[in-house]
Ligand binder design. Structure first.
Ligand SMILES: NC(=O)c1ccc[n+]([C@@H]2O[C@H](COP(=O)([O-])OP(=O)(O)OC[C@H]3O[C@@H](n4cnc5c(N)ncnc54)[C@H](OP(=O)(O)O)[C@@H]3O)[C@@H](O)[C@H]2O)c1
Length: 260
């Protein structure tokens, strides 16, 4: 059985541990403090330890799920204990490129299989859109990485040159989708619904829109054409939104987020 060790039992490390353990992987999680480890062990039966070095021994894949400012120290701590000829390394930490990771892992990692992984917070409910990019050595492990991260949602393998764009679109992007939900809910309250009802109705509508586009395999604009009666109310609403800069605001936000 494939053994996966996750360093960091926070929001993302915990969600990935839960998904991987449900999918039948052997999972070990290490964390700086005890509380979250006890909860993960009790809820999902994963092995837990307060020792990062203990966690990485004998692992097939080590996943770094700590904050960026902690990563260099964690790597310095565990790299000497990793056998890079058998253990692949993955990092969820933004801002560390494949080259940065290889450099931080040290000379012994020259031929290491290294991946960057970017999930979003929907990992907590098994619905993350997760992007993975792989260095040359890790390319032979593409199926493994895809299957692993499919346990928390949907996974796409991308070139590293698109990783920043992928982060903006779907990792930051989940916040943008939530901002639409918030805006539409507030509009619903102004139109007379209670806030909780409006939010529930908008969530179901957004879910339905995504499901329709996926099922019918059509462009969103073609799906919109199906709803807009000539001279009708929907097109009046859409055009009022565009006058307020809806599409431009979304595209500008994505470009700012991707640093473009
Ligand atoms: N959350 C997201 O939506 C998201 C999406 C994509 C990528 N990411 C990235 O994923 C990484 C983890 O994010 P997160 O949201 O899971 O953060 P988080 O909830 O703050 O979790 C970080 C965990 O790391 C633990 N930790 C700190 N120092 C450690 C050490 N020396 N050894 C072992 N564990 C240590 C912390 O332990 P304590 O319990 O003791 O504090 C905490 O449980 C970050 O780099 C983040 O940018 C997050």
């Amino acid at each position: 059985m494939i053994k996966i060790s996750i360093i960091g039992a926070g929001a993302m490390g915990g969600a990935i541990a839960a998904g991987l353990s449900r999918a039948g992987y052997s999972v070990t999680v290490s964390n700086r403090s005890r509380g979250k480890l006890d909860a993960l062990a009790a809820d999902y039966g994963v092995a837990v330890t307060l020792s990062n070095v203990e966690a990485v021994k004998d692992a097939d894949v080590v996943i770094f799920a700590v904050k960026p400012y902690v990563l260099p120290d964690v790597i310095a701590e565990v790299a000497p204990a990793i056998d890079f000829s058998r253990t692949a390394v993955a990092s969820l930490v933004p801002g560390f490129t494949l080259d940065d990771l290889r450099e931080a892992l040290g000379a012994g990692s020259a031929d290491a299989a290294i991946a960057r992984v970017m999930p979003n917070t929907a990992a907590a409910v098994g619905r993350s859109m997760t992007f993975v990019c792989l260095n040359g050595r890790a390319r032979s492990l593409e199926d493994l990485f895809k299957t692993m991260f499919d346990s928390i949602g949907t996974t796409a393998i991308v070139d590293e040159r698109l990783f920043g764009a992928a982060t903006a679109l779907c990792s930051c992007g989940i916040a943008y989708a939530m901002r639409y939900i918030r805006a539409a809910s507030e509009g619903g309250v102004e139109l007379g619904f209670r806030a909780s009802e409006a939010c529930e109705y908008v969530c179901r509508t957004v879910e339905g829109a995504a499901a329709l586009i996926e099922a019918q395999k059509i462009h969103p604009e073609a799906a919109i054409d199906n709803v807009t009666t000539p001279g009708g109310l929907t097109i009046k609403g859409l055009n009022a939104m565009e006058k307020s800069g809806f599409t431009a605001a979304v595209i500008n936000g994505l470009k700012a987020s991707a640093g473009k």
